[in-house]
Design a binder for this molecule. Structure first.
Ligand code: KG4
Ligand code: ZN
Length: 346
């Protein structure tokens, strides 16, 4: 879908606060993305080795409103020209979600415009629509984030068929947990990827779970145990750590590539969308591009800054739903769990 497909111009403000990023964006159906502002809480949580939900919520309270103000300023927009306020209503950390939901709902009430509750994963799925060369529909989407690993057949916006998902840890979680075992600072995924790219040897090979079986399910929890054994069995020099990181990345990337190719095969589709935080991984991007290209297909990604959490992607999903006439009641909505396939089509 082009963001320009609608007859009336629609402009929305969007908020994201599902985890440890506070973000605000302004999107216009004709003029595209007018502003996007983001504050990452990485420094706040680093000493704890992971996200502390209560600290995350409190920081969203501090940061969201200033981000909204600066996004509106950057967009040269005053609230009167807005048609709605979209916000991430789930899935995510409930306290963090509630801060964004309460602010978005209040602003919408004060400005007398609709509020639109957006599903965070729909935001990730639709993020590539912000690019100049958006993916065609239908396509297969590989959604790889800190909390989810899914293969989805996307027939159209709002028409999502789950083809397969992880039985345990998500791909991002596997990156983060193995990085922690190597003593790397939070957030581990990008750190581990950096270390993997510096590897010189191939001292380790870790299992590729579920590759020997048919189907599109994933399982990454065994990787932690394999890494734990490797770390315990060796004196971990920097070079060996790099080798472990390399082997972890290879195991995750190969598993994702093989299953994504299987999903294209099974659906007969040629376009693959890859989104969510792990889609920022350069090795994954290169391998998928090569494998899908060999088949005559194409891979579509959001730009790197929109792979991880941001409000621009929430604006895309919010704008699609508002343009289709969907919006919330006056209730403040937030859901820690929210199955993607329970969304109504727009
Ligand atoms: O989508 P996201 O920002 O938040 C969730 O909705 O979960 O994804 C965050 C996840 C984290 O697990 C992080 O380690 C991982 O994405 N990640 C990466 C890279 N950049 C972020 N994993 C591997 N390589 C990267 N370059
Ligand atoms: Zn996310």
């Amino acid at each position: 879908m082009s963001l320009r497909a609608k007859a009336k111009t629609v402009r929305i403000l969007a908020l994201e606060s599902s985890c440890d990023e506070s973000a605000a964006a302004v999107l216009d159906s004709e003029q595209g993305l007018l502003a996007h502002e983001l504050f990452s809480q990485v420094e706040l949580h680093r000493i704890y080795g992971g996200v502390v939900p209560e600290l995350a919520s409190r920081d969203h309270v501090r940061k969201l409103l200033p981000l909204v103000k600066s996004a509106l300023k950057q967009a040269g927009t005053d609230p009167k020209s807005l048609d709605g306020v979209a916000y991430t209503a789930g899935p995510g950390l409930i306290g963090a979600l509630l801060t964004g939901a309460a602010l978005a709902r209040s602003l919408a009430y004060a400005w007398n415009i609709p509020a639109i509750a957006v599903h965070h994963l729909e935001g990730h799925l639709l993020a590539p629509l912000l690019e100049d060369d958006p993916p065609p529909f239908p396509h297969v989407a590989l959604l790889v984030s800190g909390g989810h690993t899914m293969l989805i057949e996307v027939q159209a916006i709002g028409h999502y068929e789950l083809l397969g998902e992880t039985r345990d840890d998500a791909a991002g979680e596997a990156f983060d947990k193995t990085a922690k075992l190597l003593g790397l600072p939070y957030p581990g995924g990008p750190e581990l990827a950096r270390m993997a790219d510096a590897a010189t040897g191939g001292a380790f090979i870790f299992p590729r779970p579920m590759l020997d079986r048919p189907g599109l399910e994933f399982s990454f929890s065994g990787l932690k145990t394999a890494v734990l054994h490797a770390v315990r069995a060796h004196e971990m020099t920097t070079a060996l750590k790099s080798d472990v990181a390399h082997a972890v990345q290879e195991a995750i990337v190969e598993t994702l590539v093989v299953k994504a190719m299987r999903a294209l095969e099974q659906t007969g589709l040629e376009a693959l969308v890859v989104s969510g935080g792990v889609s920022a991984n350069r090795t994954l991007r290169a391998r998928l591009a090569a494998a899908v290209g060999q088949r005559g297909g194409r891979v579509y990604y959001p730009r790197i800054e929109f792979c991880t959490d941001n409000a621009a992607m929430i604006a895309v999903a919010g704008l699609a739903r508002l343009s289709a006439g969907q919006h919330d009641t006056l209730a403040i909505r937030a859901r820690a769990q929210w199955p993607l396939n329970s969304l109504p089509p727009p």
